[in-house]
Design a protein around this ligand. Structure first.
Ligand code: F0G
Length: 357
């Protein structure tokens, strides 16, 4: 039998010429990135889009189940290079899961601050099991982030939220991968917006790759917030953000200004989608496309559906939707729809009654 060399590399090794790393940077990696760009089979037909291709960039397939791993491999590697002993973040769940994993890999202490009762169970489990000190605050993400900023001000603990510029550097590699896969940038890029780090990172990535001659064009960035947590859309802070998409339950995004820049420079938009629209999109991509993403990710799908209905997209174009996290992260939300469940007696007749081919 032929032997194959197993060489899986992470985003730093793959894209080091575009990243602020040197030979002295220890690479702390879990082979993140290289996620699939999955062609949508059902959505264009459902929307009556004839000459438009839609792709899902499925970031739920990263080592901890979200796109955060791209930024975290950079932030943790640079923290190690600088001799850090501990890292800290506020999180709606995915950042904390990722920080905990990468910190555990290199023996860094990790502290995470999360809003009590408002993070998905899968993410909470990850912070625990990767060994982070998990602190629940009786407040929301915005308050937790404020606390972390204060706690890390003296430099003894390194902040690994996306206001750490290395996070953005790592996350921009998702745009590189998309261009590498498609041969050019798509015409539109749809993305959920929470703390607004990722839309900032993608736009940076697309611009840098174009400058390097890897793509001819740039996409329009179309971002989506949940209606109950839509400060950028409303143009003012939301004191009490609410949405079932807890990952983006944020009322005062740190990346507000750079998200506006991405929107305006690209000629795109940032709009809101309701929790009902998110729920519908969440079910559609799982039940019709076989792609299980978390509610925050479905916000971007809901946004594309909304824009398609008002004929926003031009013929002959490509839309990439970033599905930011795995559906397995939020089992409680997944189980809140019991429309396909039947409970029966353990008899042939009882099962036969509900199985109608
Ligand atoms: N989708 C998921 C699954 C997320 O976890 C987040 C952010 C976003 C979208 C929005 O990305 O903040 O860069 O605009 N989660 C952060 C966290 C806030 O703490 O895990 P963003």
């Amino acid at each position: 039998m032929k032997k194959y060399a197993i060489k899986k590399i992470g985003i730093i090794e793959r894209y080091q010429e575009y990243l602020p790393v040197t030979e002295r940077t220890p690479i702390i990696s879990l082979n993140e990135g290289n996620t699939p760009l999955i062609l949508a089979e059902a959505l264009p037909g459902y929307l009556g889009l004839k000459n438009i291709r839609i792709y899902y960039k499925f970031e739920g397939l990263n080592p901890t189940g979200s796109f955060k791993d791209r930024g975290m491999t950079m932030a943790i590697s640079k923290a190690m290079e600088a001799g850090a002993k501990a890292v800290m973040c506020a999180s709606t769940g995915n950042t904390s899961a990722s920080a905990a994993a990468y910190a555990s890999r290199c023996g860094l202490k990790c502290f995470v601050l999360i809003p009590e009762g408002k993070i998905a169970k899968g993410k909470l489990i990850q912070a625990y099991r990767y060994g982070a000190k998990t602190i629940m605050v009786k407040g929301n993400f915005d308050q937790a982030l404020e606390m972390v900023k204060q706690m890390t001000q003296d430099g003894k603990i390194t902040l690994v939220n996306s206001i750490n510029p290395y996070r953005i550097e790592g996350q921009k590699t998702a745009a590189f991968e998309i261009v590498d896969d498609l041969g050019d940038a798509p015409e539109y890029h749809a993305i959920p917006v929470g703390n607004a780090g990722n839309i900032t990172a993608y736009w940076k990535g697309y611009k840098e790759y174009q400058k390097a001659g890897k793509s001819e064009t740039l996409p329009k960035m179309v971002g989506f917030q949940a209606a109950g947590s839509a400060p950028i859309v409303l143009g003012h802070r939301v004191e009490k953000p609410e949405t079932i998409a807890t990952a983006i339950r944020i009322g005062n995004p740190a990346g507000w200004q750079s998200a506006l820049a991405a929107r305006d420079e690209s000629g795109g938009l940032i709009e809101a989608v309701t929790d009902d629209e998110i729920a519908w999109a969440y079910k559609f991509i799982a039940e019709r496309e076989g792609v299980f993403a978390e509610p925050a990710s479905a916000a971007a799908v809901a946004g594309v559906i909304k824009l398609a209905r008002r004929n926003y997209f031009q013929e002959g174009t490509r839309i990439v939707i970033t599905l930011t996290g795995s559906g397995l992260k939020d089992p409680d939300y997944a189980l809140s729809f019991d429309d396909l469940v039947e409970v029966v007696e353990p008899t042939y007749e009882a099962v036969r009654r509900v199985v109608q081919p």
